[in-house]
Design a binder for this molecule. Structure first.
Ligand code: UDP
Length: 453
């Protein structure tokens, strides 16, 4: 590796919540002078646009329909591993005779096989973790045998270094019920078993957001915090280049929702979205819609698939008071002054986006790491409240309405707003030039540009 100029291939898992942060990272590297190429599947390649990052296709074995074309998670991950390894290697080879040979692969933590491809070429490898460092620490403890699966009720509350005490219900669903998503869990555990083989382990978070954890884990694991990966245009930063979002796997609803937001007073609209993967039940969709209607507030509801689950009567009522869209530019919505509250499933990107834009949250976590993120929203950062589920595991309309009122009005609402503003400032500090996340990226870029020679 002698005196190579840096050229990084960035490889996201082809889902919205993975493409967004990895694409932002690629753009950030490009803004610092590296050549960055995003390698993504044929099915997603045309949904990604950038003026500063190259976008190249590789194959997951399902070029026509991606994941939806596969028989299931296990088969999809297997196919991506075998066909993806081969086509990623071909892409790296394609650049080898160019003026900018690839000298590093930054790969999504759900694609651990990319490490072997990087090793084959003798180039640097960096894994990019798309969960919070706190959630990653739980998986890490399991890998070291400090915690055994399934995590059981009698061990409650669980005490782990740098984390608040955790009930089973605060932990990623995979841990209490490993058989429910065994294919994902197998990949996660493979990744944590091999962390130290990488030259860098990046986490889409910041030392300011998880300071107690970082103190407790200091020197024990190799995590480098480089986030939150929110486009700089939304963070008052002076960073040149492509500062847009740049990827949408769904067609955006017409931008009528933005003109609609323009007509609403500041902090008066509830924005509601469950991200790209969570699928709420018909009963929950119904309670959600009625909770919004009965709140007497304006609302913008993203109902990707769950719209089908709302009765015609409910949809009609919803649209009198609010607006239902199938997909939107979430950052533009969160950045809009009319939006005063985000009812969210607490996917890690949505959580970071709301924290970065200073928008208070009502948390309705569904699966994966979302329960832990929701706990942190309520207790650690105190920027929102977590809605309680009833015995049928539903958040009722009354409970939703109560949470919305708590976040948007009264003394508690004021406190939450103050905290939200505080965290936004801290985040801007950490990602701005010279901030802790920015410095960590600079160290990486410096190493790649200089090489080792
Ligand atoms: N998102 C969007 N428009 C929508 C809903 C979501 O652009 O209508 C984006 C959102 O900004 C975030 C990503 O999709 O970056 C969802 O990621 P997250 O980790 O929050 O949830 P996931 O989809 O992975 O469950």
């Amino acid at each position: 590796m002698k005196n190579q100029r840096g050229h990084v291939i960035v490889l996201p898992y082809p889902a919205q919540g993975h493409i967004n942060p990895l694409l932002q990272f690629a753009k950030r590297l490009a803004s610092k002078g590296l050549k960055a190429t995003l390698a993504t599947t044929h099915y997603t390649v045309n949904s990604i646009h950038s003026t500063t990052v190259g976008v190249e296709p590789i194959s997951d074995g399902y070029d026509e329909g991606g994941f939806k074309q596969s028989p299931g998670v296990e088969a999809y991950l297997e196919s991506f591993k075998s066909v993806g390894s081969k086509t990623l290697a071909e892409l790296i080879s394609k650049f080898s005779d160019s003026a900018s040979p690839v000298n590093c692969v930054v790969y999504d933590s759900l694609l651990p096989w990319a490490l072997d491809v990087a090793r084959k070429f003798g180039i640097y490898s960096a894994v990019f973790l798309t969960n919070s460092a706190s959630v990653c620490s739980m998986y890490w403890h399991i890998n070291l045998g400090h915690l055994t699966l399934p995590v059981k009720q009698e061990t409650e509350p669980l005490l782990l270094p740098g984390l608040p005490s955790l009930a089973i219900s605060d932990m990623p669903g995979f841990l209490a019920n490993p058989s429910s998503h065994s294919a994902y869990l197998a990949v996660i555990m493979e990744k944590f078993g091999r962390l130290e083989e990488n030259d860098w382990v990046f986490c889409n978070s910041s030392e300011v957001l998880e300071s107690e954890l970082m103190k407790a884990m200091w020197g024990l694991w190799p995590l480098v915090m480089i986030g939150p990966m929110v486009p700089s245009a939304y963070l008052d930063q002076q960073i040149s280049g492509d500062t847009t979002y740049g990827a949408s796997l769904w067609e955006l609803s017409s931008d009528r929702y933005l003109t609609w937001l323009e007509t609403k007073p500041p902090n008066s609209v509830i924005y509601v979205s469950f991200g790209s993967m969570a699928d709420i039940t018909a009963k929950q969709a119904e309670e959600l819609a009625w909770g919004l209607i009965e709140s007497n507030m304006h609302f913008l509801l993203v109902a990707k698939d769950s719209r089908d689950k709302l009765s015609i009567e409910t949809v009609n009522s919803v649209e009198e008071r609010g607006l239902v869209v199938s997909w939107c530019n979430q950052l533009e919505v969160l950045a809009h002054p009319a939006v005063g509250c985000f009812v969210t499933h607490c996917g890690w990107n949505s959580t970071l986006e709301a924290l970065s834009l200073g928008v208070p949250m009502v948390a309705l976590p569904q699966w994966s790491d979302q329960p832990t993120n929701a706990k942190f929203v309520e207790e650690l950062w105190q920027v929102g409240v977590k809605a309680k589920k009833n015995e049928e595991r539903i958040v009722t309309r009354d409970e939703l309405e109560r949470c919305i009122r708590e976040v948007m009005a009264g003394k508690k609402g004021e406190e939450i707003m103050k905290n939200a503003t505080k965290w936004r400032k801290l985040i801007i500090g950490t990602v701005s030039l010279g901030g802790s996340s920015d410095k960590n990226i600079d160290d990486f870029v410096g190493k790649l540009v200089e090489g080792e020679g």
